[in-house]
Design a protein around this ligand. Sequence first.
Ligand SMILES: Cc1cc2nc3c(=O)[nH]c(=O)nc-3n(C[C@H](O)[C@H](O)[C@H](O)COP(=O)(O)O)c2cc1C
Ligand code: SF4
Length: 200
Amino acid sequence: RFLTEDIVDGGSEVPDSSYYAAEFARAGMDFLSLSRGGRFEDAKQPNVGEAAYPYTGRSGYECMPAYISDERGPFGRNVEPGAAIRKAVREAGFETPVIVTGGIHGFEKGERILQEGKADIVGIARQALADPDFFLKVRAGCGSEVRVCEYTNYCEGLDQKHKQVTCKLWDRKELDEPGVKRTLDGKRRTTAPAWAGPAA
Ligand SMILES: Cc1cc2nc3c(=O)[nH]c(=O)nc-3n(C[C@H](O)[C@H](O)[C@H](O)COP(=O)(O)O)c2cc1C
Ligand code: SF4
């Protein structure tokens, strides 16, 4: 995995990453997975005794955009840079699959990216955390049952504090269900409630 664009001063941009991508392909990588930003160089100064966290600066926003955004909006910001890099890999004569990730939240958006040849595989991080059954539900034609990510980055806040990562949409639900595994402090469940399958 590497970045389409570093989003820090002096960092790699799409032409640089296109070069790396072609060289990775030439070296025989099985796939190329593209994220963006999320650098330490522009991370906020951590409190004394805490570690720097790479998603706290402008480059961090580009990696994991939240629902409060700029005029471009939080969705799909990595798609066009990823498409340019994929094109460069193809032009260099390699068929290495390219995975693009970043604010791709739904089936239709993902499918369009594939059909337009902008990527070979679509990565979905937060939506898959919000609803680990996302893929099953969509495949079963139950899109209306998907638990939709709100992109508020509560999960990222937990990661930043080195706490077990869960999703706010389900981590306090049905806590007393038998067999529910909880976080170390016992306050949250670590896996989402099971989906019962398509309504009959
Ligand atoms: C809690 C959390 C932790 C993450 N940790 C990493 C990481 O360690 N390495 C990495 O390359 N990306 C990490 N990511 C970034 C995701 O892989 C992904 O690129 C990013 O969330 C954008 O995709 P999305 O909009 O589908 O969530 C993390 C994301 C989340 C939400
Ligand atoms: S906590 Fe859940 S709803 Fe919020 S951004 Fe993370 S995955 Fe999405």
